[in-house]
Write a protein that binds this ligand. Structure first.
Ligand code: XMP
Length: 520
């Protein structure tokens, strides 16, 4: 006889979501108000899978997204998130042109084959090349040289792209075609990375391999550092999140921009998103504090009509009606959270918002009906919160957890011997003045009278995103192991909840000890 795995004696205490939340429908519950009950398990934490699908063509390998905030996500953060299998949403508190180049930086970060390498012509001067590097903020200085017909003429090595040679022509400084290492597309075969890896091993000191066709037209560039990184990645449990062309995935936030007459500026929104799509953006997020509103719904509809296949995130909402509305407008994933964020004051200022676990339950039921994803946005301070959030959502969005990382925008400041980074709400006065006012329904240049819905704060500097994510992922996998969940789908269906008393909350944290080291 098989050993007993479940007992009906547990059932009155540890309830599944559809019993637990309706039974507690008179009170808003958040992460620390509940705890998850363990279940019989044959699953080791390290074997759990964290893949999550947010839209037909948007899949992450870990269910973690960095928030579209100006002290959290620009290209460095988005690159780090995607390399770890997650996603970064580049904020929109910057000129549109700058946001486009932030997206380009992510999309161009690591390539197996750079299909459209930046090229220079033999007629240009080294000064022109230096100017392009400066303007586009390229992190490299070696370029293939091609003639007007696209034929390879040589390679301009980084060693000669120096101000001292500014007055020389590229044709005088290049390494000539005969000395440049090339390979044809055909020779690359089905596994270009393995082929290129072999080439670099066989050709000591060569770091760039150009791809040409039979007529010597340039078709791409492979670099040794990219090949090494990708070869490493293939061994990692959580692979980088990449598009089908092997570029890192990247998201960008857009706002429901209005014109001078207060009407939705459809043309500007469309032009902005078209340009983002041209740069290869994988998902746009229509980010506002109140997503269940005409402006946000109309923006999503306009984008859905213009870009039928583009994954769209929209929010924020906390009601089933809000999810249904945005799903009907064409959103694929809905941000849930009003006021849970560590820098948010919406609940204090506006008296509005719902504690996050209740909001996630209510919205998740509408999302399941509409076949859209839920993103739990805000209020997450530890990996246990993520495990709880993932029992009702497909991914989490975090701001504060990443704001102290090296990859977040901004400088480290030292105060009384401790290191910090600035972290501010997008509804704080400073952030609204920098451009995010529309997100909170205010004029672009808010005067004194607007009520900020966020604070300006500091986060302790906490090292690299890799390190922070390793801790979070370890915690998520551990939680899944306790629930016998091999993947996020099983976590979603298996979770059972119980409320926690204030004494239970105290019991949950280290107590009655003198702590020498924190958990991480
Ligand atoms: P955490 O808790 O991760 O929250 O720091 C990040 C999320 O908070 C939201 N956000 C705000 N909410 N006022 C608000 O009420 C603000 O100024 C503000 N700024 C950001 C946003 O959803 C973010 O992802």
């Amino acid at each position: 006889m098989a050993a007993t795995r479940n007992s009906i004696l547990d059932d009155p205490f540890y309830q599944p979501a559809d019993e637990f939340f309706p039974a507690n429908n008179k009170i808003g519950l958040t992460f620390d108000d509940i705890t998850l009950a363990t279940l019989y398990s044959e699953i080791l934490p390290r074997d759990t899978q964290l893949d999550t699908q947010l839209a037909e063509n948007l899949r992450l390998h870990i269910p973690v997204i960095s928030s579209d905030m100006d002290t959290v996500t620009e290209s460095r953060m988005a690159i780090a998130m995607a390399l770890n299998g997650g996603l970064g949403l580049i904020h929109y508190n910057m000129p549109e042109r700058q946001q486009l180049s932030e997206v380009s930086r992510v999309k161009n970060h690591v390539h197996g084959l750079i299909q459209e390498p930046i090229q220079v012509s033999p007629e240009q001067f080294i000064a022109d090349v230096l100017a392009i590097i400066e303007e586009k903020k390229f992190g490299f200085s070696t370029f293939p040289v091609v003639d007007a017909k696209g034929k390879l003429v040589g390679l301009l090595s980084g060693h000669v792209v120096k101000p001292r040679y500014a007055g020389k022509k590229v044709s005088e400084a290049l390494t000539p075609r005969a000395q440049v290492h090339t390979i044809t597309k055909k020779e690359l075969g089905r596994d270009p990375i393995a082929r290129a890896d072999k080439f670099f091993t066989e050709h000591i000191g060569i770091h760039k391999l150009l791809v040409v066709d039979d007529d010597d037209h340039l078709h791409g560039l492979i670099t040794m550092s990219d090949v090494e990184r990708i070869t490493q990645e293939r061994k990692a449990q959580f692979k980088p999140a990449r598009d089908e062309r092997h570029h890192l995935i990247c998201g960008a936030a857009v706002s429901a921009t209005r014109n001078a007459f207060g009407e939705l500026d459809r043309e500007r929104i469309l032009n902005h998103v078209s340009a983002l799509v041209e740069r290869g953006v994988d998902v746009v997020a229509v980010s506002t504090a109140h997503g269940h509103s005409k402006g946000v719904g109309d923006t999503v509809s306009v984008l859905r009509d213009a870009f039928p296949k583009l994954p769209i995130i929209a929010g924020n909402v906390t009601s089933a009606a809000g999810v249904e509305y945005l799903a009907d407008c064409g959103a694929n994933a809905i941000k849930v959270g009003q006021g849970p964020g560590s820098i948010c004051t919406t609940r204090i200022v506006a008296g509005v918002g719902i504690p996050q676990m209740t909001a996630l339950y209510v919205t998740s039921r509408a999302a399941a009906k509409k076949k859209v994803a839920i993103l739990a946005d805000g209020g997450i301070t530890k990996s246990g919160d993520i495990v709880k959030a993932l029992t009702l959502s497909q991914a989490v969005i975090c701001g504060g957890i990443f704001a102290g990382c090296n990859e977040a925008p901004g400088d480290i400041v030292e105060i009384s011997g401790k290191l910090y980074k600035e972290y501010r709400g997008m509804g704080s006065l400073a952030a609204m003045k920098a451009g995010s006012a529309a997100r909170y329904g205010h004029e672009k240049n808010p005067a004194q009278k607007v009520a900020p819905e966020g604070v300006e704060a500091l986060k302790e500097a906490c090292g690299s995103v890799d390190r922070v994510l390793a801790q979070l992922i370890g915690g998520i996998q551990s939680g899944m192991g306790y629930l016998g969940a091999a993947n996020l789908g099983q976590l979603y269906t298996k979770a059972r909840y119980i409320r926690v008393s204030p004494a239970g909350q105290r019991e949950a944290a280290p107590h009655d000890v003198v702590e020498l080291k924190t958990g991480n």
